[in-house]
Write a protein that binds this ligand. Sequence first.
Ligand code: ATP
Length: 380
Amino acid sequence: MHVPDRCDYLKLRNVTKTYPGQQIPAVLDLSFSLEYGEILALLGPSGCGKTTTLRLIAGFEHHKAGQICLAGKTVSSPDYAIPPEKRNVGIVFQDYALFPHLNVWQNVRFSFNSRKRKQKYDSTIQEILTLVGLYDLRARYPHELSGGQQQRLALARALAPRPKVLLLDEPFSNLDADLREQMRKEVKNILRATETTTVFVTHDQEEAFAFADKVGVLQNGKLEQFDTPENIYHTPTTRFIADFVGEADFIPGKIVQPGVVETDLGLFPSYCHIADGEEVEVMIRPDDVAIRPQVEETNGTIIQRIFRGSINSYVVKLDRGPILHSDQPSTLLYDSGTRVHVRVEVEHVVVFPQTKRESDRSQAYTPDVDVSLTGARKVV
Ligand code: ATP
């Protein structure tokens, strides 16, 4: 297949969509681009604009501002739109939308809207059904398949016409936890094997991290951050993302010199442009908090243990006030009331201005500042 340009294979520029009769845009000034074969997870709370973004890419909705380009060509702008059936976009809906009266083979066959070159389609169908492990079940009907098999069929049907981009709307939400995990791996392998540029929608941060090369976090129709899963987790740019993605405690701090924040747990290097003397909130992830029970030099008390299977989540009250969570192996058992030494083990911390939640969208830090970590005390 000819690939025009691996960079910017799918590109949205300043796309805004307001539904008829609505005052507030469902999607506001949305811009991002994906490389050929990349997988993007759109993550965010209910109503933030995830499905609208998919529908705009598919061509089911039109936008009054901005531009969407696919494989080097504009597919929509305010005065132009290629219809959905001509965009070559594959879609897997939440409920799979399989045809109950067609068997596995026929369901996939249906995705080709032309009867020409049937022989060629047959070999493609055979190839894709083999890839998703359903070739031997090709005569079965959807009700004769398990949930995972139904999902693989929906995927095969969407992939068979070799779409330029595949859109998945909460693809794993109907599966139970074990199958969901297994299907995530299988589907990711299939997308890699077929080098399929993919955008998928999820509420589930774990799923977004496990599945995607890039994650876009939306809030109120705005893209708050577009980055690798690791950067989204470790260096969230807004307090909203820090809260929404994973668990975090926020302890008070003060910028005491450029790139250094003082907290109840000591001095930490921090990448930020916040002026000296400013009060800030310091994000602490539970996996960065070490606790050691001891008699002397303690600075906190365990007040609760929450068993979570593979980890124990300890709630620790620091002597100086704040509460922190600490994730520890499930085999490490401490009683409530145990005095501990608490230590935050990080190379730098992420800080946010002490502002009201409405202004969370402002940039909290800029990671382009080179702050030397040498000599910084991690913890008192
Ligand atoms: P969820 O996770 O609950 O599916 P979402 O992030 O996919 O939500 P969208 O379905 O894109 O959110 O909706 C974004 C906003 O647009 C919401 O406020 C929603 O109420 C509104 N909206 C969606 N579809 C329409 C429509 N057809 N007409 C009017 N408003 C709509």
